[in-house]
Design a protein around this ligand. Structure first.
Ligand SMILES: [Mg+2]
Length: 392
């Protein structure tokens, strides 16, 4: 069996362009699906996949680890850069999909079978803009509370909110109190039996992130995400050591050695590797093993498209330390027109039962995808009140 060609399909889906990767073999009807979505870098990733393809054409698609090594190590430049590690991930996922199809089993059965009966999903409430945090703080906190109640009414037992305003490297009490008010409102609205996560989007400096973490600690968050830049390992470690709340990070790290350094410093308790950015299942399974050695939980970053979600779930059914799956709820109304998924979601509890179809268990309607061609994503630029550049 040989790889005959590699195609990409770009599908514009509201906030982002989904990049689906199709690896086609010389066996009739045998191909694999992957995903390599990377917001604001769609053209770069499609080009990177084109650059990698000549390394793979004519090779046996079932030699997945061998081909991963080829993609990562050949032609001098290692695959640790974000664009290339995403391109590798898209191809790697498709190769595992093929391997599952060859053996007639879901991917998680290639790795030892299911380690759990179901996976819990969490929803995303979104965030508030800077003005709403400061100009209408009471209404803003009430809005978070209403969104939280809606998520629970929709069946979620856990949700995440960006309930922390963007801040300059040092600011006074106002943003700390604004975040406190929003999280208190959500906790009061849903009670203690619902799990709340807060995402700081890596905007705060370590000094501000520490203050947010401390003021939110009494609310018993399930985790506090990216309380400072991912490059600041000392900052993450200091915050993680200072509070009881588990600190989560990892969605912007792209390779095993970066996670090694994060875990060695104990920069987090929850590893949010992104399977579509960190080299696919092949590298994600190595990162998971390393996390296991540190007793660090797994909660992969997963705001992308349907192949990414199928991949996160296959991973979750095979990984003992996987705790929860991020789900994008109602992203586009035509989602069901383009994709058929192998797993089932219990809508009343927002839990997922395992896929029983081979590979990722996913099929994509290519003619429907073509109705949603590439569009430039909205350019999300953030500036502080003095005109200096901030983080989105
Ligand atoms: Mg995040």
């Amino acid at each position: 069996m040989k790889i005959e060609r590699i195609e990409t399909l770009v599908c514009h889906a509201r906030m982002r362009n989904w990049i689906f990767v199709k690896v086609i073999t010389d066996q009739p009807g045998l191909f694999g699906w992957g995903e390599a979505t990377l917001e604001w870098h769609t053209r770069s990733v499609v080009g990177a996949i084109e650059d990698l393809a000549p390394l793979l054409i004519g090779e046996d698609p079932t030699r997945v680890e061998y081909l991963w090594q080829v993609m990562w190590r050949q032609h001098f430049w290692h695959g640790s850069g974000l664009v290339r590690s995403t391109a590798i991930a898209g191809i790697d996922l498709a190769l595992w999909d093929i391997l599952g199809k060859v053996h007639g089993v879901p991917c998680h059965k290639l790795w030892g079978g299911p380690v759990r009966d179901s996976i819990r999903l969490y929803g995303h409430l979104g965030g508030g803009n800077l003005e709403s945090f400061y100009e209408t703080p009471v209404e803003n906190a009430n809005r978070f509370a209403e969104l939280a109640q809606q998520a629970v009414a929709d069946g979620f037992t856990a949700f995440k909110a960006m309930a922390v305003p963007p801040t300059m490297p040092i600011e006074g009490l106002q943003p700390i109190k604004a975040a406190d008010a929003c999280v208190r409102a959500m906790r009061d609205a849903v009670g203690d039996h619902i799990d709340i996560m807060v995402d700081c989007h890596a905007r705060p400096s370590p000094a501000m992130g520490l203050q947010f973490a401390k003021v939110l600690d009494p609310y018993g968050l399930f985790f506090l995400e990216e309380p400072c830049w991912p490059e600041s390992l000392d900052g993450l470690a200091a915050i993680n050591a200072a509070v009881a709340t588990p600190i989560a990070t990892g969605e912007r790290l792209t390779h095993l050695a970066a996670f090694r350094d994060l875990f060695a410093r104990r920069g987090c308790e929850v590893c949010q590797l992104d399977i579509t950015h960190c080299g696919g299942f092949t590298e994600a399974r190595r990162i998971a093993a390393l996390a296991e050695a540190h007793r660090i939980a797994l909660a992969p970053h997963n705001p992308q498209g349907p192949v990414s979600t199928a991949a996160s779930l296959e991973f979750g059914f095979s990984q003992p330390s996987y705790v929860i799956c991020e789900s994008v709820h109602n992203d586009v109304p035509w989602r069901d027109d383009i994709v058929e998924e192998g797993f089932t979601v219990d809508a009343s509890t927002r839990t997922v039962l395992p896929n029983n179809r081979p590979g990722l268990g996913i099929s994509i309607n290519e003619s429907e995808v073509k109705k949603h061609p590439f569009q430039q994503e909205v350019l999300e630029c953030v500036f502080y009140c003095d005109g200096s550049v901030g983080d989105w």
